[in-house]
Design a protein around this ligand. Structure first.
Ligand code: FES
Length: 581
């Protein structure tokens, strides 16, 4: 008998033979069906929820992890975590529906006007890349800026004759089904066909996005150059380089140099599903250029942020910090005299993994939190939580920006102390509908409730996870400041550029309060959106910017945090919520 995937968009109808003991997730991965498996199948993220129709006993019993995440049941369907459900019976079919989840991806950065001097140009009826004739001119000539994030892909389609961004598209990185961080991808790449599968998935996804953008455009044409940015693991998987060396000491990529291949070499434009492709939109001779890497886990995306923010041009007295907060946070500090960088493993807590109420930026995720104490005439009170969700949908969990707000509010209200521990539970806490829960095990603070009445709460364990994540970022900043020398301190920073999707949605003041961002005046923090893809755009349309990229990459020093002598000392000094100790 078979396992059949239904109602899942283009994947509907895919099926495979039932094999006892296999998880549903393993089928999804094998059949290339998109699913988010942020925790790598450990039952911790709750993002691999599927709806199952089968006879009793066809699947293993629900695990404890599933009881926590399953939200709605109907008489017909049972919700299950794909990673936890194993096939027990093979004599009756199992039907699975994979719900589509809309992720909110930050697509745009700030477009900066720069002189148009692309490598691709038209002369008469022909198109040239540098001096090479790459084909006949068939209408518009386009270029693509592609940002390959560990979680999301963003594509800009750019008219190379005007420099304008014609269209933008984004989607989840299809590799998330193999885990949500670069380490899990490196591990998967080590498996028998792992590297090949990861490469194929990312290129197929990019091809589809490009084809859809070009075909949807009123003036279809062809793409003649693609500029790619991404962290070292993402960039190298895209270009077909082994990422094995990034998984073992000294954790360096095979090469940090810029890379240029042709679309034909990478097989771009192939594997585009029928119905999407209407003529090949990527010329086989299209050049695909990957920006250089900086070192270890600081990649082409961080370099692109440096280019977009132009901190490398700043005069000596203007020292800036650029931070792109993510599972792997990249930080660059300096100006035209000196640039130093590091990466810090903040982990996925701010993306919702490993935090009991955490969830990614999906519909229904709590994104803003305010806690108010309401007192009666006797001075007794209870806490009221005001929150907003993405899409104004019923709450399903709390995403990164909501977690930062909740933490900052708990600290400000004195509900938790500087070590992240709940203070004594007072009467008001027990009585408050949204108040602290003192009994029944772990202390927690209720933020909201799901439609089914399940509590969405922040526990001390969750706070510990968030504490570690913010400390990792803070240590990175502090090490760079110390390393820069000259007694450089937070107060000397001219601007803190906050790049990336996560940074764009956080409340700056709250991020400073919890110590995720350095304690500068909030006005000094400038959110620059998806600066990585903007850097890629600039490199696509400007030869000068590309020369800058290659020169700047060579002079950015790279610091490995764990190799710093005083790493532990700095770690301890940044641990906990310093302002409230
Ligand atoms: S809970 Fe299944 S992959 Fe995370």
């Amino acid at each position: 008998m078979k396992i059949v995937f239904k109602d899942s968009g283009k994947e509907a109808g895919k099926e495979a033979e039932l094999v006892k003991g296999r998880t549903i997730l393993s089928y999804l991965q094998e059949l290339g069906i998109e699913i988010n498996a942020s925790c790598g199948g450990e039952g911790k993220c709750g993002q691999c929820l599927v709806e199952v129709e089968c006879v009793p006993g066809a699947l293993s019993e629900k695990t404890e992890a599933e009881e926590k995440f399953v939200r709605k049941e109907t008489s017909k369907h049972t919700q299950r975590l794909a990673c936890q459900s194993r096939i027990l019976r093979t004599d009756e079919p199992v039907f699975v529906r994979v719900p589509r989840r809309t992720y909110f991806v930050l697509e745009s950065g700030e477009y900066k006007e720069i002189p148009l001097e692309p490598f691709v140009h038209c002369e008469g009826e022909r198109v040239f890349w540098k001096w090479e004739d790459v084909g006949e001119c068939r209408g518009a000539i386009y270029g693509v800026a592609l940002d390959i994030g560990t979680t999301t892909l963003v594509v800009y389609l750019i008219d190379l004759e005007s420099g304008e961004v014609v269209s933008v598209s984004s989607r989840e990185n299809p590799q998330t089904k193999y885990g949500n961080n670069v380490i899990s991808r490196i591990e998967f790449a080590k498996t028998k066909t792992g590297q090949e599968r990861l490469e194929r998935e990312i290129r197929t996804a990019a091809s589809k996005m490009i084809s859809e953008l070009v075909n949807a455009n009123a003036d279809p044409g062809r793409v003649y150059e693609i500029v790619v940015v991404g962290n070292p693991v993402m960039r190298d998987l895209f270009f077909g380089y082994s990422v094995e060396s990034l998984g073992k000491s000294p954790y360096e990529p095979q090469s940090v140099e810029a890379v240029t291949k042709t679309a034909e070499e990478l097989g771009l434009g192939q594997g585009v599903e029928q119905g999407v492709e209407q003529g090949v939109v990527v010329n086989p001779k299209t050049r695909v250029y990957g920006l250089p890497l900086i070192g270890s886990f600081v990649g082409a995306d961080a370099l692109a942020v440096v280019l977009a923010t132009e901190i490398y041009k700043n005069p000596s007295e203007k020292i800036c910090l650029a931070i792109d907060i993510g599972t792997n946070t990249e930080i660059v500090l300096g100006n035209r005299d000196r640039l130093i960088s590091t990466s810090s493993a903040a982990g996925p807590a701010f993306e919702g993994a490993g935090v009991s109420c955490g969830i990614g930026g999906v519909n229904g995720a709590v994104k803003d939190v305010k806690i108010k104490k309401i007192e009666n005439r006797e001075g007794e009170g209870k806490y009221e939580v005001l929150f907003k969700t993405i899409g104004d949908a019923p709450p399903v969990g709390v995403c990164g920006s909501g977690l930062i707000d909740a933490l900052a509010e708990l600290l400000e209200e004195g509900i938790i102390d500087g070590r992240g521990k709940f203070k004594e539970v007072g009467r008001e806490g027990r009585e408050g509908r949204e108040g602290r829960e003192g009994g029944g095990g772990e202390k927690e603070f209720r933020i909201a409730e799901t439609e089914r009445g399940k509590r969405i709460s922040l526990s001390e364990k969750d706070i510990d996870q968030l504490n570690l994540a913010k400390t990792a970022v803070a240590v990175g900043v502090k090490v760079l400041l110390e390393k820069y020398g000259g007694g450089l301190g937070v107060k000397d920073l001219d601007t803190v550029f906050l790049a990336g999707g996560f940074g764009n949605f956080v409340d700056t003041e709250n991020a400073i309060k919890i110590g995720l961002l350095p304690a500068v005046e909030p006005e000094k923090v400038k959110k620059v959106g998806n600066a990585a893809v903007e850097g890629a755009r600039q490199v696509l349309i400007s030869k000068t910017k590309r020369e800058d990229a290659e020169a700047v990459a060579k002079r950015i020093e790279h610091v490995k945090l764990e190799e710093e002598e005083n790493f532990m000392e700095i770690f301890v000094s940044e641990l906990y919520f310093q302002k409230y100790l």
